[in-house]
Design a protein around this ligand. Structure first.
Ligand code: FPP
Length: 259
């Protein structure tokens, strides 16, 4: 057990809370929302919110790793985000270059390994290179996996997995009757995470309560925590608060016994 000071999102009241170190969610996934609103409230351009959001990623990655989280998946760019104005898309594409360009030594120091899931082949060359270099530089890190969803879409991911299995059936190398949930899971972009592929806790910031095409298959039994803070205001305490809420839940996975 260790304590942290939690601030109520509506009343602002501060209370001391206890986190159970033995019940830290192994896989935490976050829909980082509210960068634009954070900037708007400060009369700043939207990209200023994304820049601050990138700094939050650094803080939260280190905090999650120190708390004992094994996989932290962050929704950085969806397959639908291309619909945004070109200047904003270009800025978002540059963020991984800035992020990995400055943060890889810190990631290595914290034993954090970078993974990326998404259709990275459609990203600009410089973004692809930044991602490839970060994955290579951290490949021997054995601690937390920092998994960026970049040009990722949950439905597209399932379609791609189904196509791959269908091709194997067509080639005569796969018997369709052996296709089960485990095999489909293995063929998703989280397949390489083994037992850790499904998030235990899904957090969305900024008060919105929807999935926005994020990890549709993998969140079947995840606990959802929605937080009022905009992503740039998220920090170690907000993460601890979300984990505290997770620890008050009773996971049953469709059964009757309390887990
Ligand atoms: C949603 O806020 C946020 C995004 C679409 C981008 C998220 C990206 C980051 C937080 C930076 C990622 C950093 C790296 C290293 C890749 P929004 O723009 O939809 O906010 P709004 O709903 O208030 O407009």
């Amino acid at each position: 057990m260790f304590s942290f000071l939690s601030k109520d999102q509506t009343t602002g009241e501060v209370a001391e809370r206890q986190l159970d170190e033995a019940n830290i969610p192994a896989h935490v996934a976050i829909i980082m929302d509210g960068n634009g609103r954070w900037a708007q409230q400060r009369h700043l351009p939207r990209i200023a919110g994304h820049k601050q959001g990138m700094n939050t990623v650094k803080t939260v990655a280190k905090a999650a790793s120190h708390l004992g989280v094994k996989v932290l998946t962050l929704y950085a760019f969806s397959t639908e985000n291309w619909k945004r104005p070109t200047t904003e898309v270009n800025y978002l594409m540059k963020l991984p270059v800035d992020f990995f360009g400055t943060f890889v030594p810190d990631l290595i120091k914290n034993n954090i390994r970078v993974k990326v899931m998404g259709y990275t082949e459609d990203l600009p060359d410089a973004t692809q290179k930044a991602v490839r270099d970060a994955i290579a530089a951290t490949k021997d890190c054995t601690g937390m996996v920092l998994n960026f969803a970049l040009n990722y879409g949950g439905r597209a991911e399932i379609v791609t997995a189904v196509q791959r299995l269908a091709q194997q059936v067509q080639a005569g190398t796969l018997d369709p009757t052996v296709i089960d949930e485990a095999l489909l899971s293995q063929n998703l972009m989280t397949g390489d995470l083994g037992d850790l592929q499904d998030p235990d806790l899904l957090i969305r910031t900024s008060g919105e309560e929807r999935l926005s095409n994020f990890m549709l298959w993998q969140v079947a039994y995840s606990e959802f925590v929605f937080m009022a803070q905009h992503w740039p205001d998220f920090d170690q305490t907000t993460l601890e608060e979300a984990i505290y809420q997770y620890q008050q839940r009773h996971r049953r996975f469709g059964g009757l016994t309390m887990a």
